[in-house]
Design a protein around this ligand. Sequence first.
Ligand SMILES: *Cc1c(COP(=O)(O)O)cnc(C)c1O
Length: 448
Amino acid sequence: MKYYSTNGKAPIADLRKAVVKGLAEDRGLYMPERIKKLPKEFFDTIETKSFQEIAYTVADAFFGEDVEADALKKIVYDTLSFDCPVVKVKDNIYTLELFHGPTLAFKDVGARFMARLLQYFTSDSRGTSSSRDTSKPSINVLVATSGDTGSAVANGFLGVEGIHVYVLYPKGKVSKIQESQFTTLGKNITAVEVDGVFDDCQALVKSAFMDEELNHHMKLTSANSINVARFLPQAFYYFNAYARMKETLNPPLSTLNSQLVICVPSGNFGNICSALFGHEMGLPVKRFIAANNANDIFYKYLQTGKYEPKASVQTLANAMDVGDPSNFARIYDLYGKSHERICSLISGATYSDEQIRETMRQCYAETGYILDPHGACGYRALQEGLKDNEVGVFCETAHPAKFKETVDNIIGGDIQIPERLAAFMRGKKQSVEMTKNFDDFKAFLMSR
Ligand SMILES: *Cc1c(COP(=O)(O)O)cnc(C)c1O
């Protein structure tokens, strides 16, 4: 499969290049040249298949031409070492729980898949690495984080041979829970605690990619969320959601096949974009809702036809605080830059922090289900937007315990911290202290 850039000014790339480079030369996002439709028989019997089997079929459609079948199967099965169940919240409203992975958020799926695919493309056995010295990683991932991305990437790459990860985070500016998820791991993960803010971390990473001497010394790449290997695998769980609803849940088949609405709490729009790719592959979804917090750039685009990025505002659902969602470029391209086509399939919603609080309280009181602030936007958009015959599924993108203080305060409870999160918090913090001066960071990397 070949990949083109949404900006249309970069050379066509193969999968290997798209994964290793991440962003195209013209700063555009890579798009697969074709999206294969899956056959009707696949959907007819999908409920008899496991999550991993379904995911492998979807993965094969995208990556099968470029990755050997056995290797691809192993990558998919290793990635999906946990479930993404569909749970009924109330009549006609279901939740797709995406927080059962190692860091309790949906980014685990994409990060784990990308780590394994990157290893496949850079490992010595494929004869693509210049070094046969096994003590030295063949590739180094640099990632700047304000919290959630660092934990998903670090855990996704943990123990993956031949790859070393440096997570740069702003000292004192991420929560203890988040910090524990990438500073306690050891092995091939190094946490770099930068005396500065998130933008300083990002600037260090950008300078590192542009420094010739450093790039000569070590092979560097990013694990940015726009990477095709991070965003496409997220389509897996939408197919599985359909299968599990068909298998066990109540909506009659005719309703499921003609009235299914998928609602995705969105920030950078990678998750909903993968769902839209699923739809192009034949997944029977009637329409989509993109639920935003107060960062309403996409919502405004739907109303006006104008895409006007602006500075993000801080909200309770902070992983969705994005003022210029990167994956808009993919959605725009997917529908031929047609505002009309986009509006015919996707609607929007936007909620203030006060509405998020109100929704979390109301849902808990009415159904007993505890929403996290991101999922709350999704639930509310379905509650307000679902028509009579429709059945809706919204993504619970993170476990509420990741935002324990906020959630406890809002619903007046004391929610339990799952054991795998508690285990991180018991771990011993290891980090390298760093100034925000690039010369210091460079000297550190050159010494490695
Ligand atoms: C990253 C994230 C989102 C936003 O997902 P996008 O793919 O960027 O739209 C929503 N919720 C949580 C918990 C996240 O971590």
